[in-house]
Design a binder for this molecule. Structure first.
Ligand code: HEC
Length: 146
């Protein structure tokens, strides 16, 4: 029965369909910082504690001058319908697996350098000071606790 062409076809669909889902997840979790810089980036610590005051400063930056909201959305889930966006979709900050996979230092590296090959641009120093970048990252982290 496995030899029948339509059965093989169904099996193929099952296997290919499943691995596509797995590939989508692991592509989001794959580190964005290049291998020669990631160990250093992982040692950078957020100098600001996650107090309600500091998270509020980050919230204002996210929705205001840094316009993060235009791609990552009000709910932090990432908008899927941005005209002209190339490559990866904006990150879903409510994804717990992604939150756990990243150190604060790696996220800071992204705000400094952008995510190579995607539309996630560099924000330090043109849009954000380093202090503001750490504050907005406190807000990004807060999506993982909702
Ligand atoms: C023009 C749309 C756009 C804007 C504006 C934008 N982002 Fe992104 N962002 C993206 C995209 C696209 C990705 C996915 C990149 C990838 O998969 O590597 C991303 C990914 C990220 C990541 C995840 C990187 C990782 O390691 O997985 C962080 C953190 C992030 N953005 C923070 C921000 C913050 C904070 C702001 C505002 C200062 C911002 N983004 C503004 C499009 C945007």
């Amino acid at each position: 029965m496995l030899g029948k062409p339509w059965v093989r076809h169904l099996l193929m669909l099952f296997v290919v369909g499943n691995s596509a889902v797995l590939a989508a997840d692991s592509s989001v979790l794959k580190p964005r910082v290049p291998p020669d810089q990631i160990e250093k980036a992982k040692t950078w610590r957020n100098p600001f504690p996650a107090t309600p005051d500091n998270i509020e400063k980050g919230r204002k930056i996210f929705h205001g001058k840094a316009f993060c909201v235009t791609c990552h959305g009000r709910d932090g889930k990432g908008l899927g319908n941005i005209p002209g966006l190339r490559g990866q979709l904006p990150r879903n900050f409510t994804d717990q697996a992604w939150q756990a996979a990243r150190t604060d230092g790696e996220l800071f590296w992204i705000l400094k350098n952008g995510s190579p090959g995607t539309d996630m641009a560099s924000f330090i120093p043109l849009v954000l000071t380093e202090e503001e970048a750490w504050q907005v990252l406190l807000y990004v982290r807060s999506f993982g606790r909702r």
